[in-house]
Ligand binder design. Structure first.
Ligand code: TRP
Length: 356
């Protein structure tokens, strides 16, 4: 791996250790991360972003559980320490050091105007800290320190990647370096709808997500709560002008009230993801023919979702009985990551005039 003669495409990604992984993380990012590690021409670095978890209110006790839980989830979904470098961000302190150097290239105003920053300010008005403002700079350091080319993350992270590219361009220009500009790597099933029908599944919206840990009973309960309608439905196709091009979306309307049924839209999308397109078409047909049973749809969907995550849960249970193995993976990952991180850090320190 240390051999630089045949340069592989570098991949880096991470998830914030702020809660349990859910289906949105799984389809939006994690499945792609697993797929990428089996490509011979790619070198994959996957971290648990525990330092980024400090940018919003946290408790030390839950943080220490969450970060280990994300690590176990990573392994349970199939990230393989033989093929990927899997590590805790905080165990590679070089990230923080690089973030400081990079912060000299970034204006406060640029950070304050980021939509992601503004959102967090709204969400936690009492917690507008320097660490929060610095979030994108630390993320740029995470990526640059491995000289990563591709970053598999959701579309919501695009503003942060743009900041990373701006930083690289400045760094290269001012200090004559040749670091690559990272691009977002789009993964297939990008979008898992929220159970309340509004937006996507999100850790910070209770009742919106199904966790990878949820039992069949819990999944049934959660799906049962998805709002539906009279079952006398109409479907409308609309073209949405997305950044990535035109996209056709379906909207579902209750013919009795003419109200949009966003919950039905979420259910149909989930059916497609977990039961296939043909099943979605069949349910849609029933919806329009007024023969759809929501009870049936919901219980079949809950079963299909559980079937997908049950093997992950079993793997997780078995990992939890092997704490020594886990500790080994964690130590080994940090060691591998640090070896790479130190190379870039040295380069930057030298460029800044901090090494003779
Ligand atoms: N900001 C990312 C998120 O919320 C998490 C993250 C931190 C990350 N550092 C990263 C993702 C570096 C990719 C690369 O999802």
């Amino acid at each position: 791996m240390e051999n630089q003669k045949t340069k592989k495409t570098r991949i880096l990604s991470g998830m914030r250790a702020t809660g349990k992984l859910h289906l949105g993380n799984y389809f939006g990012a994690a499945k792609g991360m697993v797929a990428l590690q089996s490509r011979k021409d790619y070198e994959t670095f996957y971290m648990v972003a525990d330092l980024h978890a400090l940018t919003t209110p946290f408790s030390p006790k839950t943080l220490s559980q969450y970060r280990r839980n994300v690590m176990v989830d990573y392994l349970a979904i199939g990230l393989d320490p033989q093929r990927s470098t899997i590590f805790f961000q905080s165990m590679v302190p070089e990230h923080i050091e690089l973030a400081y150097y990079l912060s000299t290239l970034v204006s406060v105003a640029r950070m304050q105007h980021l939509p992601t920053f503004k959102e967090k300010v709204k969400q936690y008005p009492e917690n507008v800290t320097l660490a929060l403002l610095n979030y994108p700079v630390l993320m740029a350091a995470d990526i640059l320190i491995y000289q990563a080319d591709l970053v598999p993350v959701g579309i919501d992270q695009e503003p942060h990647l743009e900041v990373s590219r701006e930083i690289v361009r400045k760094l290269n220009q001012i200090y004559q370096l040749h670091l690559p500009q990272p691009r977002r790597f789009k993964t297939s099933g990008d979008y898992v709808p929220s159970l309340n029908g509004i937006g996507k599944m999100s850790k910070s919206v209770p009742g919106s997500f199904i966790a990878l840990d949820d039992s069949l009973a819990v999944i049934n309960q959660k799906i049962a709560k998805v709002p539906t309608d009279s079952g006398r439905g109409q479907i409308q196709l609309t073209q949405v002008d997305k950044k990535a091009g035109f996209q056709v979306t379906k909207r579902y309307f209750d013919a009795r009230t003419n109200q949009e049924s966003v919950g039905v839209g979420a259910l149909m999308k989930l059916v497609e993801l977990f039961m296939g397109e043909a099943k979605r078409a069949a349910f849609e047909h029933q919806y329009q023919a007024e023969t759809l049973s929501y009870n049936q749809l919901k219980s079949q969907l809950a079963q299909a979702i559980f079937a997908e995550i049950e093997p992950i849960q079993r793997k997780k249970q078995s990992l939890l009985t092997q704490p020594n193995y886990l500790d080994e993976v964690i130590a080994h990952g940090a060691e591998k990551a640090r070896a790479q991180a130190q190379i870039t850090l040295k380069l930057v320190k030298k460029a800044f005039g901090l090494l003779n």
